[in-house]
Ligand binder design. Structure first.
Ligand code: PLP
Length: 405
């Protein structure tokens, strides 16, 4: 019998957040070990459940959820999203410019599938949320990574962006607030990125899924609010801001220079129609979430659980010799650096696997975020303070032994 091979399309597609190290962690759990998981930004298992009013609303609407909805989504949900874009000062968004998907993830893949031809390039940050690189590759395009600079609080390096633009560059991806670095981009930088997009006729894909998870009184600006002569595709959803990852409820908004994008929009419509619609119960959550009490604010204030855990995790990690970390302004992650002189790591996946085997703490290696050097890892600071203390204590012990090797 012929071996059944995966498609060649997948040759360079990778998503290490749920990769081989997680498989090993699962096996350890099956063998009866307790693994502390700091690997995935999934809020509910750590006691950050979706607000009750959202859950109740979905339950109430379940009897009306058995049919397909419009391919782009329920009218009332899109109306609520439209209202949200107005609150964020994104001009000129109508109901037809809004697509609801099974999480932002589905729409990211769809947006790339509809756009790219072989040879097309897309500027993607490094480090990135790896779905972007994977979606460009799966969409038969070429991801071209631009640097986010740790020395400048992980802000995009504009000179590096400019140097990577070629005639076949179609778009630039911005993840703001950023996963994995927690960076939040100032308005001036956003304006400069728009200027680059304007000059080189690039589409701006703005992944803003953490736009309410902001610490220290920070404010988020949607890049699409800053111009109307560039094409913007803005992505957001309920997963993080409303602790509803499992509802699979995300959206995509087209704004700005739409007139020249009618063919692309037709492509998006074809793909949205082909998958019929996004799960309807998840769509019913959107109106209540966006119009309801914004309880994420209670978690990100200085006394809030998320903020306290960020502070604790940052403090404990940076107390370890040779570990530095830009303090995140937003989102759910820390992306610490290991000084290569103290920790001469050759293969960061192997490093993370060794940590798992010896200390039963699960992290994701920097290369899982397309970071080109084996000197970073990502920590999710969702577990309770006791678990964070325990986990980072174990990381510290592992690193101490590593230094003695
Ligand atoms: N974009 C970023 C930056 C993310 O971190 C994530 C999930 O972690 C997603 C998109 C996917 O979100 P969704 O749950 O809406 O598919």
């Amino acid at each position: 019998m012929q071996p059944v091979l995966k498609s060649a399309k997948l040759a360079n597609v990778c998503y290490d957040i749920r990769g081989p190290v997680l498989a090993r962690a699962r096996q350890m759990e099956e063998d009866g070990h307790r693994v502390i998981k700091l690997n995935i930004g999934n809020l509910a298992p750590f006691g950050f459940e979706a607000p009750e009013e959202i859950v109740q609303d979905v339950i109430r609407n379940l009897p009306d959820s058995s049919g397909y909805s419009d391919s782009k989504g329920l009218f009332a949900a899109r109306k609520a999203i439209m209202h949200y874009t107005q609150q964020k000062h994104i001009a000129g968004v109508g109901i037809e410019d809004i697509y609801i998907g099974n999480g932002a993830s589905e729409l990211i893949v769809m947006a790339m599938q509809a756009l790219l031809n072989p040879g097309d390039e897309v500027l993607v940050p490094t480090p990135d949320y790896p779905l972007w690189t994977a979606a460009v590759t799966l969409g038969s395009g070429t991801p071209r990574h631009y640097l986010c600079d740790e020395a400048s609080d992980w802000l995009p390096d504009l000179a590096d962006i400019r140097s990577k633009i070629v005639p076949t560059t179609r778009a630039i991806v911005l993840i703001n607030p950023n996963n994995p670095t927690g960076a939040l981009y100032p308005v001036e930088l956003l304006r400069e990125i728009i200027e680059i997009a304007r000059t080189h006729d690039l589409i701006i894909f703005a992944d803003e899924i953490y736009d309410k998870v902001l610490y220290d009184g920070n404010v988020h600006t949607s890049i699409a609010s800053l111009a109307d002569d560039v094409l913007f595709v803005t992505l957001n959803g309920l997963s993080k801001n409303y602790r509803a990852c499992g509802f699979r409820s995300g959206w995509m908004v087209i704004s700005g220079e739409k007139r020249h994008a009618q063919d692309y929009i037709e492509g998006l419509n074809i793909l949205a129609s082909m998958r019929l619609c996004s799960n309807v119960p998840g769509q019913f959550a959107i109106q209540t979430a966006l119009g309801g009490y914004q309880s994420i604010n209670d978690l990100v204030v200085p006394t809030g659980r998320l903020c306290r855990q960020r502070d604790l995790a940052h403090q404990l990690l940076t107390d370890i010799p040779g570990v530095t970390c830009v303090k995140p302004k937003a989102a759910l992650y820390l992306f610490p650096r290991l000084d290569p002189k103290l920790y001469p790591i050759a293969d960061d996946q192997q490093f993370i696997l060794e940590l798992l085997e010896s200390e039963r703490v699960l992290l994701v290696q920097g290369s899982g975020f397309n970071w080109p050097h084996p000197d970073h890892f990502r920590v999710v600071f969702l577990p309770h303070e006791d678990d964070l203390r325990e986990a980072i204590g174990r990381i510290a012990r592992f690193l101490e032994n590593y230094r003695k090797r």
